[in-house]
Design a binder for this molecule. Structure first.
Ligand SMILES: Nc1nc2c(c(=O)[nH]1)N[C@@H](CN(C=O)c1ccc(C(=O)N[C@@H](CCC(=O)O)C(=O)O)cc1)CN2
Length: 294
């Protein structure tokens, strides 16, 4: 069997085209979305991710506000920048690039939930738990969107998620078990005794463990969809969690790079546009309430 490649790069391009139309509609209402990023330190990977996010924004008409701080920045200095972006009307949404090496819970909690485009603020994660609408974490919803666009059925599917991290594995479990998605999820982690016994009966495997080559062909049911979210560097190159021999067994497979990574950026752009749309609607309602619309 040769797996169908779930192309995240091509899907990002398609989503950008769709979002550019929504940005144009916002411009007609006098609103320009603006993404803010807060980057601490000089990790080359983080610099690349932030640069890519701003290039994506420029390509669809979203303006950029970039705050880069040195590795020596203190918690208080980063919190000051967050306060600035919370108050800046040109910044309709922003994020703190992780990792920062600081108290990330305190930083995430300080971002205004209305401007949280990562969907990682405790209020927005709480909404996900409660099944309320709100911005969703970018990588989990990116993986789900890729499955949707390749028509891989999720409703009723047995899905094994590997990894319980706060940005991917844990919210993925919450997302996929919502009534609207209706999947049965097994969340595996370093304490899982027999990983292969779980993956072998999965319709969909989503690996976010950061262990190169963790999932091998013998662990995959023929025809299963396999998504690789693992990012490790081996000899300077990205190495995912999925071993190359899985391509001969899986029905659908994401490349890595070129799979879920670009989808993370696509869903960030979606959250940025949606935050600006909510902002525009709230402003219109405020003006109508104040009798300013006539
Ligand atoms: N505040 C956040 N920090 C981090 C998040 C996040 O969602 N919010 N996730 C990751 C990094 N990340 C986004 O920030 C991210 C990961 C991967 C990609 C991507 O496009 N990757 C490319 C390859 C890039 C390369 O060559 O290095 C791909 O997979 O094709 C974009 C964004 C941690 N931090």
């Amino acid at each position: 069997m040769t797996a169908t490649v779930m192309d995240g790069k091509a899907t990002l391009a398609a989503i950008k085209g769709e979002l550019a139309e929504r940005v144009a509609a916002l411009a007609a209402r006098g609103v320009t979305p603006g993404l803010g990023t807060v980057l601490v330190g000089d990790d080359p990977g983080s610099h690349w991710y932030v640069g890519a996010k701003h290039r994506d924004c420029a390509s669809i008409g979203v303006t950029s506000i970039r705050r880069d701080l040195p590795a020596t920045a203190s918690q208080a200095q980063v919190e000051e920048v967050i306060d600035e972006l919370n108050a800046d009307p040109k910044c309709t949404g922003f994020l703190v690039q992780q990792p920062t090496g600081l108290d990330e819970f305190a930083l995430l909690s300080r971002v205004s939930p209305d401007k949280d485009v990562d969907g990682l603020h405790p209020v927005n994660l709480g909404k996900l738990v409660l099944g309320q609408s709100g911005p969703l974490p970018c990588t989990p919803v990116g993986a789900l969107e890729l499955l949707r666009r390749y028509a891989v059925p999720v409703d009723g599917a047995e899905i094994v998620v590997i990894g319980r991290g706060l940005t991917v594995g844990r919210p993925l479990g919450l997302l996929l078990t919502r009534r609207s998605e209706n999947a049965t999820v097994t969340l595996c982690h370093t304490g899982t005794r027999d990983l292969a016994s779980h993956t072998r009966r999965a319709d969909i495997i989503i690996a976010a463990a950061g262990v190169p080559g963790l999932v091998t062909a013998d662990m995959v049911r023929p025809g299963a969809a396999v998504l690789d979210v693992g990012v490790s560097r081996v000899d300077g190159k990205i190495a995912g969690d999925i071993a190359p021999d899985v391509a001969g067994v899986a029905g659908f497979l994401t490349p890595n790079p070129g799979g879920v990574g670009p989808m993370t950026r696509a869903m960030l752009l979606t959250n940025v546009v949606e935050a600006a749309e909510r902002h525009a609607d709230a402003e219109m309602a405020r003006q109508a309430g104040a009798g300013l619309d006539s």
